[in-house]
Design a protein. Structure first.
Lengths: 506, 142
């Protein structure tokens, strides 16, 4: 069954090539890219089932064991892959709705689909990579696609936001490459399973710089404080579907990489204190930034930074329960954050702006939009019984179980962050959705004819599907939590190592 | 394995020059910096690959005199990526030049605003003072 593993990378790449050829035929192009992502979702879904029933799957591409590229899927990567591809699919549906309505005027549509599919291929590659160099290549694929998507259209605002993003990521890629050179010099391999064995034999003053270098690289990608400053500057200017998929996926790829390297390569040195303090600072400083914003997209970018802290919290404690909590929270947060950014895009369409000063009364003019915002917003704040509450509860319980002063500080910090998140989204709600309706770009005639509240059906459908997905995570939380518990157990148990290196010289 | 000191020093010097250039404001200098530092890291891979040797082909070089091909494959990938990086950054610098007449990375707008407010000793835009009036409507002053 491990022959399925290359498909989530290969299918979007083939799709990208096809859609590039079909640039002049937008309808066919859209059909191809949607079909491709549906196929990726199907493969990823079956990987969940396969990894859960028959264990970790590993495939040495071209049978160059133990030197070549290995693709590995365990429960963690299968879950991440599935959630990521479902989110990409719904965002793509939203984007096709937007194509029909407006984007054609301002951006070259013909390159949107190929780039978007390449982004998906890069994300899949990063989730499946079994060696650090392939992880690097996966990162580069998704980063290059993201550079193009972020600066699409080349307006002044996007170029200046894009230059911050591009330069930051180039520096982090350089650091990653340096880390790879150092790792190869120290161990003679970049395969994560082999590294897990060989790092244990090295003295601590060799492994510590390597671990810190990798953590810095991935913390830049995941936007962990103090390496998070670039995110709120670069995300909000992009088109809504692009911001949504960036917010949902790109930072989570960084979190996944931290989770994977910490458990597979450095299982004996979790660096609890360092990561714990970083998590605390990320949560609090991120959410304080969010409170100060008066623009929905910027506010959401800061809540994104803040909630990355929760995932780092779980990784820092490095117990089975806390890792399970992190995995669940990551899956939850991908769907919720992406749907909030999609809603912000819809708000911009209806109200002509995402600034809270220029919005008002959306709940009366467009009640459906109110519902679509309210559910993920409450979910983000962690109101029971939604999945955000379940994820936070899991993390809090694991923190209490560990019981060190730092763990208690993290528990207190995450409760406070949760309350402040509620304050931030309630502020959006009371200023944009309640109050007297503001006309925005519409004339009073539009309002009378019901034009002002009109939303394109496909865009609403995409957003509703994503909100629905987050509700599925809530309703299926029982079996899902069982699954992430097993995923966390196998992360700590070394079955990854066994599966990759079975029948291979170590 | 005994590392090659010359290569290590070259790598260090290249990375140092690159870092200096990356801290400049103009995108074209940042591009130079990324390229130079990237080459420094590529040289670091050569240090990592150990002793230099013959081409790693069975029948051409005896087994103990072969060089390690893996780091070279990685460097090759890194060079290809660097080419794409250069192409993209040049395009972006050119577009920035078209739009603004220069290719400098701009000051963060939000930072500038906060600094201006701090100098004027005022509250930020999003600061809101809410008073509740007798009519039940809440009054927001900006």
């Amino acid at each position: 069954m491990s022959n399925l593993l290359p498909l989530p990378v290969l299918l979007p790449m083939l799709g990208a090539a096809l859609t590039l050829l079909l640039g002049r035929r937008p309808r066919l192009q859209r059909a191809v890219s949607i079909l491709t992502l549906v196929a990726v979702c199907a493969v990823a879904g079956s990987l969940i089932w396969i990894t859960d029933t028959s264990g970790v799957q590993a495939l040495w591409v071209g049978a160059w064991a133990p030197l070549g590229i290995v693709l590995v899927a365990d429960r963690l990567s299968a879950l991440m892959l599935t959630v990521a591809s479902l989110v990409t699919l719904t965002v793509l549906i939203y984007a096709t709705g937007q194509d029909e309505e407006e984007v054609r005027r301002e951006t070259p549509v013909s390159i949107f689909h190929p780039t978007f599919l390449l982004l998906s291929a890069g994300v899949s590659d990063a989730f499946l990579a079994g060696d650090l160099f392939n992880l690097f290549v996966g990162f580069e694929i998704l980063l290059f696609a993201s550079y193009v998507l972020l600066t699409m259209g080349g307006t002044g605002e996007r170029i200046s936001a894009g230059s911050i993003y591009v330069v930051i990521n180039l520096v982090s890629s350089l650091l990653f490459l340096t880390a790879l050179a150092v790792i190869y010099a120290a161990t003679g391999t970049v395969n994560m399973a082999q590294l897990g064995l060989r790092m244990a034999d090295l003295p601590r003053d060799v492994t510590l710089p390597i671990q810190l270098l990798l953590l810095v690289v991935f913390a830049i990608k995941a936007a962990v404080f103090p390496l998070s400053f670039w995110l709120p500057d670069s995300y909000p200017t992009a088109p809504a579907p692009v911001t949504a998929v960036f917010a949902g996926l790109l930072t989570k790829v960084g979190v996944y990489a931290i989770l994977r390297t910490q458990t597979a390569i450095f299982p004996d040195s979790p660096l609890t204190d360092l990561l714990g303090w970083a998590a605390l600072a990320t949560m609090l400083i991120g959410i304080l930034g969010a409170i100060a914003q008066s623009e929905i997209k910027r506010l959401l970018s800061f809540t994104l930074v803040s909630h990355i802290g929760y995932m780092i919290f779980g990784i820092a404690l490095a117990t089975q329960a806390s890792l399970g909590g992190t995995i669940f929270y990551t899956a939850h947060h991908i769907t919720v954050q992406a749907s909030l950014f999609l809603v912000a895009g819809l708000v911009e369409r209806v109200g002509g702006s995402t600034s809270l000063d220029r919005l008002g009364g959306l709940a009366t003019t467009v009640p459906l939009l109110g519902v679509l915002f309210f559910i993920p917003a409450m979910n983000l704040a962690g109101i029971p019984p939604l999945s955000g509450f379940i994820g936070k509860l899991g993390l809090l319980m694991s923190g209490v179980e560990v019981g060190t002063p730092l763990a208690w500080a993290l528990v207190a910090g995450s409760v406070l962050t949760s309350l402040l998140t509620l304050y931030a989204v309630a502020k959006v709600w009371s200023r944009a959705f309640w109050g007297t309706p503001v006309l925005g770009p519409h004339t009073p005639d539009d309002v009378r004819e019901g034009q002002a509240g009109r939303l394109p059906g496909i865009m609403v459908g995409g957003t509703a599907a994503l909100v629905g997905l987050s509700l599925v995570l809530t309703f299926a939380a029982g079996p899902l939590y069982g699954y992430v518990d097993r995923a966390a157990t196998s992360l700590l148990g070394g079955s990854y190592l066994e599966a990759v290196l079975s029948g291979v010289a170590r | 394995m005994s590392p090659n000191l010359t290569l290590a020093i070259i790598a260090g010097a290249l990375v140092a020059c690159g870092v200096y250039l990356i801290t400049e404001r103009s995108l074209s200098r940042i591009l130079m910096g990324v390229m130079v530092a990237g080459n420094g890291v590529n040289v670091l891979f050569l240090v990592a690959s150990g002793r230099a040797g013959g081409p790693p082909l069975i029948g051409v070089t005896p087994k103990d005199q072969m060089s390690d091909p893996l780091p070279q494959a990685m460097v090759l990938t890194a060079i290809v990526i660097a080419l794409a990086t250069a192409a993209f950054l040049v395009t972006m610098a050119y577009r920035s030049f078209q739009l603004n007449g220069h290719d400098e990375v701009q000051d963060d707008v939000e930072d500038a605003r906060i600094r201006a407010l701090a100098e004027a000793d005022e509250a930020s835009d999003s600061f809101e003072e809410i008073r509740f009036s007798d009519t039940g409507a809440d009054v927001v002053s900006e």
